[in-house]
Design a protein around this ligand. Structure first.
Ligand code: C2E
Ligand code: SIN
Ligand code: SIN
Ligand code: FE
Ligand code: FE
Length: 367
């Protein structure tokens, strides 16, 4: 091998590493990390495509995230080169995938992509356990297959990536657990069946959409999404006879029901966690009206926290669009008319403008 070519290679590689390391060090999100590391791997070995596959033990699958892709990609854990590497811990360097019996050509068939050369190396955590696979596909330059040097570079990157991903995986696990617990609590507070579990999930998703359309940061929108399932937590304190009454409330029953706002606030307010503080704010404020005619305090305008104003719109949108034990679902037209009429009365004008502008996106959860 030519000496000087080797040197410039080393320099290029160092440059690549130095340009990626700070970005990787700053990235906190799993999806972002997977994409950055795949980019680094791809540049490092001159591949057309590169991805990091992580193990999902529960489902017996491997998953990854691609740039601009909305959803995760998933494959069965035991199939193909990735499956082989995850099972054996061996790296593979394949010249022509179609000549190898381990190749699973179904993804090629689905996308009309042609896989030829392949490189896979295992991703290990700090204890040496395999947590995933780094895969590069189709070397871009002659001889169009990967060299032992490429195996070495990708393996080095895999060691670094494995350790970084390990801590991100722990964080993701904690965040997923947190979101799940909040959702379960929200469902419990609704006391009820499957339908209501969906209510909680839909309200959370729609609050997030509304917050994003309003221009709140990804972080703020996500906090609102996480806190939203708890807005009716206070319903745990409402007797079933009232909560599940099939007919219209008497005025007295309605007064009892209204206390779910202060009850929820009471349950959550003693926590010093920011997220639960936000949930407390949404619990007490989500039945306030923009014009001051709501409860429990009769607050108006911007005296109502923004999170509560968002939750108020989304909660009523959900209540009207679906059937409740005391009412039928309204038609889409009736729901729309209601919100147009309540602009500046029950709800802040700007929020209704967003709801109407992105109507199809919001209503899609109900179709
Ligand atoms: P929910 O069923 O989720 O309804 C949330 C909010 O959507 C209601 O808050 C109200 O602002 C709006 N909404 C729901 N249905 C209608 C409707 O038919 N017309 C209009 N204009 N708005 C509607 P609200 O009224 O403070 O009620 C809070 C919660 O109290 C309701 O949550 C529901 O769980 C319960 N509730 C309210 N009224 C009745 C009732 O007559 N019977 C029963 N069984 N429960 C009721
Ligand atoms: C619900 O969300 O099912 C009840 C509505 C409310 O009290 O906000
Ligand atoms: C439901 O399950 O969503 C209807 C019960 C109610 O909101 O009162
Ligand atoms: Fe409520
Ligand atoms: Fe609600």
């Amino acid at each position: 091998m030519n000496e000087s070519k080797n040197e410039s290679n080393t320099e290029e590689i160092l440059n690549l590493l130095f340009s990626y390391m700070p970005k990787i060090a700053e990235e906190r999100k799993m999806d972002g990390l997977l994409i950055l590391m795949a980019d680094l791997g791809r540049s490092l070995v001159g591949a057309d495509r590169c991805s990091l596959w992580l193990i999902d033990e529960n489902k017996g699958e491997m998953w990854t995230k691609v740039a601009h892709g909305v959803d995760e990609l998933r494959i069965p854990m035991n199939l193909g080169f990735v499956g082989h590497t995850v099972k054996t811990g061996e790296s593979l360097c394949i010249k022509d995938a179609y000549k190898d019996s381990r190749f699973d050509s179904r993804s090629d068939q689905k996308t009309t992509y042609h896989t030829q050369s392949v490189l896979t190396v295992p991703l290990k955590n700090s204890e040496g356990a395999i947590i995933g696979v780094f895969q590069a596909i189709n070397k871009k330059n002659p001889p169009y297959y990967f060299s032992p040097k490429d195996v070495e570079y990708l393996s080095l990157t895999a060691v670094y990536s494995g350790k970084t991903l390990e801590s991100a995986l722990l964080t993701k696990e904690l965040e997923d657990t947190q979101a799940e617990i909040l959702n379960i609590l929200g469902e419990v507070s609704e006391h009820r069946s499957k339908e209501t579990a969906d209510h909680v999930t839909r309200v959370a998703a729609s609050c997030y959409k509304m917050a994003c359309y309003l221009g709140l940061s990804e972080y703020e929108a996500n906090q609102i999404r996480l806190a939203a399932p708890l807005h009716d937590l206070g319903k745990v304190a409402i007797p079933d006879a009232i909560l599940q009454k099939t007919g219209k409330f008497t005025p007295d029953e309605y007064e009892v029901m209204k206390t779910h706002t202060v009850m929820g606030h009471h349950l959550l307010k003693s926590s010093s966690r920011k997220l639960l503080q936000l949930a407390a704010e949404m619990a007490i404020g989500h039945h306030e009206h923009w014009d001051g005619s709501g409860y429990p305090k009769g607050l108006s305008g911007e005296n109502i926290p923004l999170s509560s104003r968002i939750c108020a719109v989304v909660d009523v949108f959900d209540a009207l669009s679906s059937a409740r034990c005391y009412k039928e679902a309204w038609s889409e037209e009736m729901v729309k008319d209601f919100f147009i009429k309540q602009k500046d009365h029950q709800f802040q004008k700007e929020l209704i403008d967003i709801l109407l502008l992105h109507w199809d996106d919001f209503i899609s959860e109900y179709k």
